[in-house]
Design a protein around this ligand. Sequence first.
Ligand code: DAH
Length: 357
Amino acid sequence: MTRPYNLPAFKEAEEARSLEELELVRVRALGKNGAITALVKTLGQMTPEERQSKGIFYQAMKSEFSRLVSERKAALEAADLDRRLATERLDLSLPAKDSPQGTIHPVSQVMDELAEIFADLGFAVAEGPEIEEQWYNFTALNMPENHPARAMHDTFYCEPRDGQAEPRVLRTHTSPVQIRAMQAQGAPIRIIAPGRVYRSDSDATHTPMFHQIEGLVIDRRIHLGHLKWTLETFLRAFFERDDITIRMRPSYFPFTEPSAEVDVGWSMEKGRRVVGGSEGWMEVLGSGMVHPRVIADCGLDPDEWQGFAFGTGVDRLAMLKYGMDDLRAFFDADLRWLKHYGFRALDVPTLSGGVGA
Ligand code: DAH
């Protein structure tokens, strides 16, 4: 390309092979002691006529040079990017070096299954602290001090916090999350609250830490029929059988009135007791209509808002569904047990794919 300017900087800029080289060329021309800068400086010593013609020429040369530099810069940058795109490649199709060894614990799997089932029914997941104030764990659930139900829970008490008289407890059930959720969200509300709970108890079917899931619905004109339908629907989806029958037995929980224990029918299949049919009954859930006093203590008007609640053991559900019989093995961290009963990491339960994995 022929240029009206015979300054070597133009050719050098055109031929620069890297951004660094181009920058050197630019500084040599436009820097403080640069060739073009020097030319522009000579304008000061010229006569006004000379300056007028040369001034225009030098300015044009300067801006043409700047334009050339930025054009070259863009081209070099694009070339640089192309080169990097061609070399810095990450082949995602390579097989992982070792296939994953770990498995998902049945409790985690069942919690995921429950979250999936209840999400489909419009329930959100709520959480609360495992170290809980007695007011939430007991009092607000209609278990005032000295209430006999407090003694039934084999509670672990913590040291009181500095400046606080009352010790906190390791929550003995997930029911306090009902209170926290109602206080935080008001009504209407539809939540499940899965999580760890603690009781001082240990044998083949009891461990000091275990898992529960709580359900709570508060809305207008809610009645027992809604509770029964919800539990039937949930148990059918969970056990993946249509022949699930339930039986509700009158019972007592301080925070529900009326209260019902829910049994599910079982039958014998290949010498094993499985959920489904109605050869016999086993208890799986506690439930009831939320006590008006509990609703009022959360700041809601019980004449306007009613609801139902239920609670059940997640570990127990896992044992029933997947056929384990010793709860203690759940928490032994024995790799052989986990390999046998665990789930593949990518087996995410979905309603369409089957929550049973
Ligand atoms: N919190 C009870 C327990 O741990 C279980 C329970 C029973 C929860 C009835 C409820 C309910 O929400 O309505 O034994």
